[in-house]
Design a protein around this ligand. Structure first.
Ligand code: CTP
Length: 420
């Protein structure tokens, strides 16, 4: 099998953030996989890493400034925007994302991004509050709608001693996301180009936008401890993969999972329920929204900034507060509600009764109920027995199936419901 990155030409735009140092490693990783890398550093990036270091690792000169006469004579910004197979922006700072989303092009990086028709992958990295800010959410939604692919950010400790989503995806993850994007961009038949990236134009969900949540959430107690659950993300990821296979433009908002990203899907990684809600809102509009994540119902009221020490004292009390209900929030939207809102019901007893109650309480159109009691091995396992519950209370029970097959059958059902 040919390697997806072998002999590929990558234009790597390095933005001005502390994560820029990881982009030097990314150059190495991409070259290890056979790609050639042309680095382009914004002015901000040069505060963190030098063009010389990038050039040395890439084995070719690094580009830096819009009005570098020598450079423009050598290779103009339009050629830069053309002579590659893909553009990777890592780290994509809030500032750079804002410039991309608005088409504001005051420097070489933004000019190239405006001029290019190549597939673009961004790896956002920024402070937690900047990532959560409504302006960044709006810009992200615009970029995703424009066809830009997103990898990360990941949650975890940040340079400013804060914790949350904002860390740039690891170089290996970026390389994998790039490989997936390039494979998709190459599909010969049934694909068209929209805003510089290839999209599948055939399949029952061609031209539709699908949003899927998946995995557990982690609700921090302190920087080293959190409340979580046993969800593996397998079912949600399988639905996202099947929707992409059916031609949809899919955004997968995933909690922390240990399984790979599905191919051909834009993945937004989050940690907490509140981050998941923000990412879901940013990913709208969508025709279909599927809420397969096992969202933590509660979070510690006072997550501590420093590790809680035993100090020989009594165990600390763990006061909890309720998390927002993401499914109910989106199902209840007066404006911009997806046409089809699908919830999951994870139950350990009286599965159908609970699920019927849930569909009414949450206001969704369909509930996929499964028995997650330990005996079934559903949570964390690879197979699932599901019941589909419609708004009128009718139930359809499927045989025990592999989660990938459940994903495919569910997507076929969603497509059928849309055309009714
Ligand atoms: N859900 C959500 N946001 C939450 C809790 C749940 O979006 N804060 C979604 C899940 O993704 C799932 C559905 O709601 O689609 C039902 O989740 P489940 O955990 O089964 O139900 P709960 O709302 O937690 O209700 P209960 O605790 O009564 O089981």
């Amino acid at each position: 099998m040919t390697k997806p990155l072998a002999d590929r030409r990558v234009l790597l735009i390095i933005g001005g953030g502390i994560a820029a140092y990881k982009s030097l490693d990314l150059i190495r990783r991409l070259r290890e996989r056979g790609a050639s890398v042309r680095p382009l550093l914004t002015q901000g990036a040069q505060e963190f890493v030098t063009p010389l270091a990038a050039a040395a690792l890439a084995g070719r000169p690094a580009h830096t400034d819009l009005f570098d006469r020598a450079d423009e004579a050598e290779i103009g910004h339009i050629r830069l925007a053309r002579e590659a197979d893909a553009v990777v922006v890592a780290p994509a700072t809030a500032n750079l994302m804002a410039r991309m989303a608005t088409g504001h092009a005051p420097d070489l990086a933004a000019t190239v991004l405006l001029a290019t028709t190549l597939p673009i992958l961004i790896a956002p990295a920024m402070n937690v509050a900047m990532w959560a800010h409504p302006a960044t959410r709006r810009n992200l939604a615009t970029l995703v709608a424009d066809g830009v692919r997103v990898v990360g950010p990941n949650a975890g400790p940040m340079a400013e001693a804060e914790t949350g989503a904002g860390r740039m995806a690891e170089p290996v993850e970026i390389a994998e996301a790039l490989a997936a994007m390039l494979i998709e961009a190459e599909e010969p038949a049934g694909f068209g180009v929209l805003s510089g990236r290839a999209v599948k134009t055939t399949g029952p969900l061609a031209g539709r936008r699908v949003l899927v949540t998946s995995g557990p959430t982690h609700e921090p107690i302190d920087p080293v401890r959190f409340i979580a659950n046993r969800s593996s993300g397998r079912q949600g990821h399988a639905i996202a993969a099947a929707a992409a296979e059916a031609g949809a433009a899919v955004t997968l908002v995933s909690g922390p999972v240990a399984i790979p990203d599905p191919p051909g899907v834009t993945v937004v990684r989050v940690e907490t329920a509140r981050e998941m809600l923000a990412a879901v809102e940013a990913a709208l509009p969508a025709t279909i929204a599927v809420f397969a994540a096992a969202v933590g119902d509660w979070r510690p009221e006072n997550a501590q900034g420093a590790k809680i020490k035993k100090d020989g004292a009594a165990p600390p009390p763990l006061a909890l507060v309720e998390n927002p209900d993401i499914l109910a929030t989106i199902a209840g939207l007066a404006c911009g509600r997806p046409d089809l809102v699908v919830g999951f019901a994870a139950e350990t007893d009286t599965v159908l009764d609970h699920a019927r109650e849930k569909i009414a309480r949450k206001g969704c159109d369909l509930i996929v109920a499964n028995d997650v009691s330990a005996a079934g091995g559903v949570m964390g396992g690879t197979a699932n027995t599901v019941h589909l519950i419609a708004r009128d209370g009718t139930v359809e029970t499927w045989p025990r199936l592999d989660k990938d097959e459940v994903g495919r059958r569910l997507v076929a059902r969603f497509a059928a419901l849309l055309v009714r």
